[in-house]
Design a protein around this ligand. Sequence first.
Ligand code: SF4
Length: 540
Amino acid sequence: MQLTVWTYEGPPHVGAMRVATGMTGVHYVLHAPQGDTYADLLFTMIERRDHRPPVTYTTFKERDLGSDTAELFSRAARDAYDRFRPEAMLVGSSCTAELIQDDPGGLMSALNLPIPVVALELPAYQRKENWGAAETFYQLVRGLIGRNDGQTPVGSPAGERPRANILGATALGFRHRDDVAEITRLLGQLGIEVNVAAPLGASPHDLQRIPQADVNIPLYPEVAGTLTRWLKREWKMPQTETIPYGVNATREFVQEVAEICGVDPAPVLDAMPTRLPWWSRSVDSNYLTGKRVFVFGDGTHAIAAARVAQEEMGFEVVGLGTYAREFGREVRAAAQAYGVEALISDDYLEVEAQIAELQPELVLGTQMERHIAKRLGIGCAVISAPVHVQDFPARYSPVMGFEGANVLFDTFVHPLVMGLEEHLLGMFREDFEFHDDARPSHHGPGARVEAPEPAPQPAPDAAVPEKQLETAGAEAGDTATLDAPTDAPTWTPDAEQELKKIPFFVRGKVKRNTERFAQARGDREITVETLYDAKAHYSA
Ligand code: SF4
């Protein structure tokens, strides 16, 4: 286990908490020392849930280690049952409690509670959060529906509309709530009913109905993949393979699910509510085409976002990676298609080094990459967990389905467009109408003011203000403040200032060309003269 400031995934019991917290009627008893209760805050502070996770911690202390911690666990479990009266219980240990080997599963059997109890074996020192969520969901469903006895009916009842299960959404998931609503709506347009959407919003009773559907949709394979593969093997239930992310993939998903359920996809595909054609015709598409983008996230979101960026937005994928080692094979295959080598790492410093080296104009990543891009002055949009408060917007904001494709369009383009706006503001900052002390509009009475004294220039080595960096695309391509590779020539403050005058959408290219030119000449330093020499060289 690695001690780190930031981590992409928590320990596996946090994954189990995401399943339990998303559901109703489930209670999780976690054998954990005092201090491991911190995970509650993820749900109440980040997701802003209106109730605490349904988790009872045994919260043993150091002095308890000399006495009977097993007895402490049994008492906590019995009290939790009496107090919450859940339909089903999960039991397990946190990382630290795993070491004292108290066997929560065995202790629960001895309590003989009249409800299903699933004992979770989550190896905290080998596995992580998403794996923990997947294993919990699988064990819970398997514990509730058991093996296929050949008698239980599978599929929708004869004569009724086809049914689908939407699987994998949890608490603390990236836009899970709205994705499930969007895909439910899409299925409704196809004439397919949602049988069970789980874990988010489902009860143990709902999970028992899972076999009564014609298809499983693992919307988030990180969480649902283990279960749907088992349902396919054991219960012979078909599943979709396409993740409906972006216009093209959503079209493919509609065709795939329609074929499995035996419905006609044409009406939905013909009425496809997308603004893609408008985007393709708009002037924006000209100056944003070919933008160099670095994509990083969980396996599913990273692969899907790279596809949208390249196929639908016309960007160039210059880097692709994931922190989820379980999805390394899929991400490597996707990266190969873009001619890049996948970065499979959960070390954010390695991710930062690669972004600094590639100097993309846009980063599509997690909250970690948002921080990294902010520091490097590169435009960024968040497309994957780990999540932060702003990933739980009050408004409807799916990323899947046709409406999700519109949201993605805004998400990917705004950092770059705002970069253009910031550049124009910078250019006109000293204009008599637009300087900082000018009145709100030049149309109102008395709006005309004398031109002010020119604003003092910032000190050449002044740090770029936080705010300026935060407007992400603001300085898209403004890589002058990046950590340059060690053998790269350094930029003088004057040259950096000069570089900033170049429109952001070509600035990255100018910077790279100038550095290449300086390196070829053996210059250790880039001055304003070097910048213009390089310009003359490349325009010759
Ligand atoms: S020991 Fe495990 S549960 Fe406790 S703080 Fe560390 S990662 Fe979290």
